[in-house]
Design a protein around this ligand. Structure first.
Ligand code: CP
Length: 315
């Protein structure tokens, strides 16, 4: 594998999942694979889990890690071509990517969307330009439209806990005070459908996601009905894809509570974190044995490690 931007970049999904599950049991089994090689982690946006789980995964494989919060610790990066750089940006992405390539064998990038221009965001310009100008194997650490390491870790978590061959998985929209990207729900839908789970997506009117990610899922607008018989409930807020980047609903009754979880098939609660307590999910759910959020965060290490292992083996 030379690129990990979405589930579509994975040719053998069961083998990659098997790798991740094996690495969880034997994290240092390939500790020499990355010896003498360097992973670069470039963050345009904040991170706790992605940054640290990637570093830990790299450590397990013997990789050296360089990490930078560009725009804060480095120069502000210009991402558009052909502009007169007489503003705040001191360095162009072309040079930044080329320089990174001198220091790193694999590069991971986090770059959130602007949520203003849908076409531009869904073209994934920063990610694709970094790949073009660095010519290095690239990992998305969450881009404008996807969070594949999160989707992979989430499916791994479901596989570890599933009690029937085709579990009912419900992705529910949840309230938030900010307009958030569609990256996590896009990837969650894409990965759960790829895994063959029975996926229902429930949200208020106007929050339909891009069909390219959700084709094959059942779409509903009645949350109580959607939760009936669910084995897994994944809560996430996102802004509208149709009325791009807008918050269309302020109804806080979409928060996940004990009463709502009681409608499920003794279902588990999932969230990618960070989560705003008592806005998206009640304390009592998050603090209960039903919550898998820490297991999801733990699995982020082995999802990243499986991807890095695959890339190192392809070099
Ligand atoms: N879930 C996730 O990607 O967390 P961070 O934003 O902290 O990396």
């Amino acid at each position: 594998m030379n690129q990990f931007f979405s589930a579509d970049d994975v040719s053998d999904f069961p083998a990659l999942m098997e790798d991740a599950l094996y690495l969880k049991q034997h994290p240092f089994a390939f500790s020499d694979l990355g010896k003498g090689k360097t992973l670069g982690l470039v963050f345009f946006n904040p991170s706790l889990r992605t940054r640290l789980s990637s570093q830990k995964a790299a450590h397990h494989l013997g990789l050296h890690v360089l990490s930078i919060n560009v725009n804060q610790e480095g120069w502000t990066i210009e991402t558009q071509d052909g502009v007169v750089m007489d503003g705040a940006a001191g360095e162009h992405l072309k040079e930044a990517a080329g320089v990174l390539a001198q220091y790193c064998d694999i590069i991971g990038i986090r770059c959130f969307p602007g949520l203003k221009d849908r076409e531009a965001d869904y073209r994934e310009e920063v990610l694709t330009k970094f790949a073009r100008y660095s010519q290095r194997p690239m990992i998305s650490l969450e881009s404008a439209t996807g969070h594949p390491l999160q989707g992979f870790a989430d499916v791994m978590t479901i596989i570890e806990r599933q009690r029937r061959p085709k579990p009912k998985v419900v992705l529910t929209w949840a309230p938030h005070i900010k307009a958030l990207p569609q990256a996590v729900p896009n990837s969650f839908a894409q990965w759960t459908l790829r895994a063959g789970f029975d996926l229902t997506i429930v949200h208020p009117e106007g929050y339909e996601l891009d069909e390219r990610f959700t084709r094959g899922a059942t779409i509903m607008h009645d949350q109580d009905k959607a939760l009936e018989g669910a084995d897994f409930v994944y809560a996430k807020s996102w802004s509208s894809f149709r009325e791009y980047g807008q918050i269309l609903c302020h109804d806080r009754s979409w928060m996940i509570t004990d009463e709502k979880m009681d409608r499920t098939n003794q279902g588990y609660f999932m969230h990618c974190l960070p989560v705003r307590r008592n806005l998206k999910v009640a304390d009592s759910v998050l603090d209960s044995p039903r919550s898998l959020v820490l297991q999801q965060a733990h699995n982020r290490i082995f999802a990243a490690q499986a991807v890095m292992k695959n890339m190192l083996e392809s070099m």
